[in-house]
Design a protein. Structure first.
Length: 264
């Protein structure tokens, strides 16, 4: 049996911790989703007991007078779902941060990079470009539809789309700032590289491209502008791919040297 060093045990503990917390968050999200749509289904049904046979049989039919969501109401419901998703992500970050603060108190010494890292260095070019395009482009499209559309429902959908992106974009900025400013949890060079990898994943998760995600339901919520949103989706995917390929081509084949570390 191979005995792990203190540094290896620290890395393994952090990975298990994050995996467990993120798994619990996914489970909570699924429960909320099933509870919401299950309640909606039950409220929209009218149950009838039929006793024609030997045993009574329970049937259900949709209530004739049950109101259906309008296009703007459906869009608001989608935006609420994304806000809930962003809240779950924030909750995950908070739990991970508190758990790692407890781990940090058990370390006899800690090391960190000698210089402060920026967003591009931590998250990478592709996620940053996608987030900027998603946020700025999505807000511009939403405001344009809200200003130029003829139908009142289409204008409301456009302004709601833009407002949802503003909320989620601001939340992304708060989360990614917390990720970058979080002190490194490492006691040697190897665990510092692990800390960099985990920090990179956290930053990429924090940069939620809300505009791109919300563009897909908008294609059905505002049918007359569906072509614009499909073009936005394809443009975001193309520009992100080009940015990632350009970054890889610029990188030399030799491994990058890590920034100097400092013992705390």
């Amino acid at each position: 049996m191979v005995e792990l060093s203190e540094s290896q045990r620290l890395q393994l503990t952090r990975m298990k911790l994050r995996g467990r917390i993120k798994g619990q968050t996914v489970a909570v999200a699924l429960v909320l989703f099933l509870a919401t749509w299950g309640t909606w289904f039950l409220l929209s049904q009218e149950f009838v007991v039929r006793s024609a046979g030997a045993a009574p049989e329970v049937l259900s039919r949709r209530k004739a007078g049950w109101p259906k969501l309008s296009e703007s109401g459906a869009l608001i419901a989608v935006l609420v779902s994304f806000v809930v998703l962003a809240g779950l992500i924030s909750w995950t970050f908070l739990r991970v941060r508190k758990a790692e603060q407890r781990l940090a108190r058990s370390l006899p010494r800690r090391i960190a990079h000698g210089k402060k890292l920026g967003v591009l260095e931590v998250a990478g070019l592709g996620p940053v470009v996608l987030w900027l395009l998603s946020t700025v482009g999505g807000i511009a499209i939403g405001l344009g539809i809200g200003t130029l559309a003829e139908a009142a429902e289409a204008r409301l959908a456009g302004f709601t789309y833009a407002a949802g992106i503003v909320v989620l974009g601001g939340l992304s900025l708060v989360l990614v700032r917390q990720v970058i400013e979080q002190p490194a949890l490492a006691d040697d060079e190897r665990s510092l590289r692990t800390d960099d990898a985990l920090r990179r994943k956290d930053a990429q998760l924090a940069l939620l491209p809300a505009g791109v995600y919300l563009a897909l339901p908008m294609t059905t919520a505002v049918p007359e502008f569906a072509g614009l949103f499909w073009g936005f989706l394809l443009g975001a995917a193309t520009i992100t791919l080009v940015a990632v390929l350009a970054a890889r081509i610029r990188q030399p084949d030799r491994p990058r040297s890590a920034p100097p570390s400092t013992v705390l």
